[in-house]
Ligand binder design. Structure first.
Ligand code: ACK
Length: 493
């Protein structure tokens, strides 16, 4: 430190923050070792931060040089969080580092990962940067692992335009406390207490911190269309043609969905695609790039070798699938939809034609979120024959009340398509008749050879009261359990 700065208040305060990062904690005393008699500041020896161990939840293949290819179970250390990504380093083998979607990694044994306010291993500076971002306000808060004590935590909260940090300490028996006057068995209980007793802390805890989106990551997704060589038309989708193509700069086969610009809501378009590309889940079709300048708009996605589930079910291979195979596939769809459910993203067009099949019966949900970038008129008035009435919940078909629960209804119809190996729902009836019979309580019959517990799930999805329909998380776990039971029964036999 410069001599002049020994007395300069701003510099001293900066130094205090460095020496004892929790200097601003209003109700925590500084440790004895940095209060000195002479007035000089002695620096406590920095404690070595234990490396937090993360693991990859799924395989991930890098799509650019910045990203990191990992296999499920790879052990990682996370260097920093960047928007919806983490900069991670492999702890075995090549020790490479690169970006991974944040939801592809989990802290090993991180019991708090499920809480929206929990940000794990981020430092004080990062917490302040996140909380002071414009999308946060007074009362926004997060909890992070303490920089100086890895088994303790810190609440960082924004109040009156400033960020305050409060250390959560642990008692000898492991209880959590900010003030010694009151302690809690779990971190969650402590947070809930201070959410309703903000005076005890001096800072309101009103809403979990909202993550910043990366500001600069739109550009790499916008690619010149010359990079794509169209090879063959795969078919005609709801929004336009779909082509198989080669992405020359990556030497990769891709699928290209072509949208007519006149059909897209231009103002919404870039924003929405920007949001969609941040959705990463192994059961959702990966959005790889786009060409939005000029006509037609290209949406470039991963290519799935067996095409749509609708057409796959009609192939000889599809026709001989057993119930166990079909339940395995349905469970994957429910898993992908549960990811969207958590993010309040409504699909609006969940049906076998929008599920894509790859090798080993891998299924992925396609066209999620597309509904929001397409002009409503494409769905309704001008192309009314295209409204997927047979898959649409009555409240959505009649009153446009689309929700995650109307997607659950569609999932029931998708189950029907699967268990009947591709039969058209309500075959022989017009859309108008379908709506009428549904209103009078009629439901699709059980397809032949459909296990009764699967038909029961369909009926639950078709509950007239949306709130009484199951969640996608519940559907996923039910289907997974049924599949496991069937699988082990087959093995025993
Ligand atoms: O049933 P299909 O063979 O599979 O024909 C339809 C057509 O394009 C119109 O949707 C196919 N398709 C759509 N997206 C993809 C994709 N990502 N990979 C492979 N085929 C696709 C779909």
């Amino acid at each position: 430190m410069e001599d002049c700065c020994r007395t300069c208040m701003p510099c001293l305060s900066r130094l205090w923050n460095w020496v004892w990062p929790e200097f601003h904690y209003p109700n925590i005393t500084r440790p004895a070792e940095i209060r000195t008699v002479s007035g000089d500041i002695s620096v406590p020896a920095p404690k070595k931060k234990p490396t937090q161990l993360y693991a990859a939840l799924f395989d991930f293949e890098a799509r650019s040089e910045e990203e990191l290819t990992v296999k499920e179970g790879d052990k990682l250390s996370v260097i920093e969080k960047r928007g919806d990504y983490v900069l991670a380093k492999k702890l075995t083998g090549t020790l490479e580092s690169g970006l991974l979607p944040a939801n592809y990694v989990a802290l090993v044994q991180d019991e708090f990962a499920k809480y929206k306010w929990y940000y794990g291993n981020i430092n004080r500076q990062k917490a302040e940067q996140l909380l002071l971002a414009p999308q946060n306000k007074n009362g926004s808060f997060l909890v992070r692992i303490s920089e100086s004590h890895s088994d303790e935590y810190t609440i960082s909260g924004r109040n009156e335009g400033q960020v305050y940090h409060y250390r959560i300490r642990r008692s000898v028996i492991g209880a959590y406390f900010v003030s010694e006057k009151i302690s809690f068995a779990t971190l969650d209980e402590l947070i809930r207490y201070y959410q309703t007793n903000s005076k005890g802390l001096g800072c309101p805890l009103e809403q979990p911190c909202v993550q910043q989106r990366e500001l600069f990551d739109m550009e790499p997704w916008e690619r010149p269309r010359e990079e794509f060589k169209l090879q063959r038309k795969l078919g005609e989708g709801h929004f336009g043609e779909v082509w198989e193509a080669t992405w020359s700069s990556k030497n990769q086969k891709v699928a290209i969905k072509m949208l007519k610009q006149e059909d897209t809501k231009q103002d919404e378009f870039i924003k929405e695609v920007h949001a969609l590309k941040n959705l990463h889940h192994p059961k959702l079709i990966k959005l790889l790039a786009m060409c939005s300048r000029g006509e037609p708009v290209y949406i470039v996605t991963e290519l799935m070798s067996k095409g749509s589930l609708k057409s796959y079910l009609a192939t000889p291979e599809g026709q001989i699938l057993t119930s166990a195979h079909l339940i395995y596939m349905a469970s994957q769809v429910a898993e992908g939809m549960a990811y969207l459910e958590d993010r309040h993203i409504v699909h609006r067009d969940l049906a076998a034609r929008n599920i894509l099949v790859g090798e080993d019966l891998i299924c992925k949900v396609a066209d999620f979120g597309l509904a929001r970038i397409i002009k409503d008129s494409v769905y309704t008035a001008s192309r009314s024959t295209k409204i997927p009435v047979r898959w649409t919940a009555p409240e959505a078909a009649l009153y446009q009340r689309f929700s995650v629960k109307s997607d659950v209804w569609s999932f029931g119809v998708l189950l029907y398509e699967m268990m009947s190996r591709g039969k058209m729902p309500y075959d022989g009836k017009s859309n108008k008749e379908v709506l009428e019979i549904l209103a009078s309580g009629y439901r699709l019959p059980s397809p032949p050879k459909c296990p009764p517990n699967i038909y029961r799930i369909m009926l639950e999805c078709w509950n007239p009261e949306p709130s009484k329909r199951p969640s996608f998380h519940a559907l996923h776990s039910q289907l997974d359990n049924i599949y496991s039971r069937l699988y082990f029964k087959t093995i025993e036999v």
